[in-house]
Design a binder for this molecule. Structure first.
Ligand code: E4P
Length: 235
């Protein structure tokens, strides 16, 4: 399973890349705004260079499907690792599957985004999307179980040998990450504030404290024994 960072924060992505746990990153216009990226092109180019060959998802900024095509073609020229996020429908409920299909045929990698149901996911996968982004938190907002949607989509992709990969986004708690991983996500895109919570544990700290204290005692004993040997020749 891969881990992406759901962020446009350069320093956070750099930090977690150095920790060796990042396989890519996802953004959207809200994330860019929150993380203080004023210029999409400049921000995307910088993040894409930081990520090197790892994918960076950048989302179109319009409801108009012809404009989506144009934006996607432009985004794809910024860096080889840019994946264009296209919502499964626009805010008027018009299907964007044709946009995904056309761009896929042109060789542009697509992340089908804002997916909230099994049916949306399988259609986006059929249309050629490289990634289908299931928004776990928002699925749960609607009273549905994201784990069931993730598991069903994963089973369907495998049964029919459709190559799309599931990204689980809209992570709201650390437990969402565990649930998505066990439900069969290929990738989970994690807001950076959850990563320190995933790695830390109070009892691990206590355990390490005990080892360090005992190591100090052992080292003290060893140096005392060495002094004895040096002064008395005793062993
Ligand atoms: C995923 O790619 C999205 O950027 C993100 O996870 C959306 O989630 P949210 O808007 O519900 O937080």
């Amino acid at each position: 399973m891969q881990i992406f960072v759901d962020s446009a924060d350069y320093k956070q992505i750099e930090h977690w890349l150095e920790e060796g746990v990042v396989d890519g990153a996802t953004t959207n216009p809200s994330i860019m705004f929150k993380d203080g990226v004023p210029d999409i092109e400049e921000g995307a180019r910088k993040l894409a260079a930081l990520l090197q060959e790892r994918p960076l998802s950048v989302e179109v900024t319009t409801n108009d499907r012809a404009t989506m095509l144009q934006e996607a073609r432009t985004f794809a020229t910024w860096a080889r690792n840019i994946v264009v996020k296209i919502p499964v429908v626009n805010e008027h409920g018009e299907s964007c599957l044709g946009v995904m299909h056309r761009l896929t045929e042109e060789g542009i990698a697509i992340n089908a985004t804002a997916i909230l149901s099994f049916n949306q996911a399988i259609l986006a996968a059929k249309a050629g999307a490289t990634y289908v982004s299931i928004f776990a938190g928002r699925v749960a907002d609607e009273g549905n179980d994201p784990a069931v949607v993730i598991r069903n989509v994963r089973n369907w992709l495998e049964e029919w040998k459709v190559p799309a990969r599931i990204i689980v986004g809209s992570i709201r708690t650390v437990m969402d990450i565990q649930s998505a991983a066990l439900a069969g996500a290929h990738i989970i895109t994690i807001p950076p504030q959850f990563l320190p919570k995933m790695v830390d544990h109070r009892y691990t700290r206590e355990t390490v404290r005990q080892f360090v204290q005992d190591a100090e005692k052992t080292l003290a004993q060893m140096s005392k024994a060495k002094v004895q040997v040096a002064t008395t020749g005793a062993r």
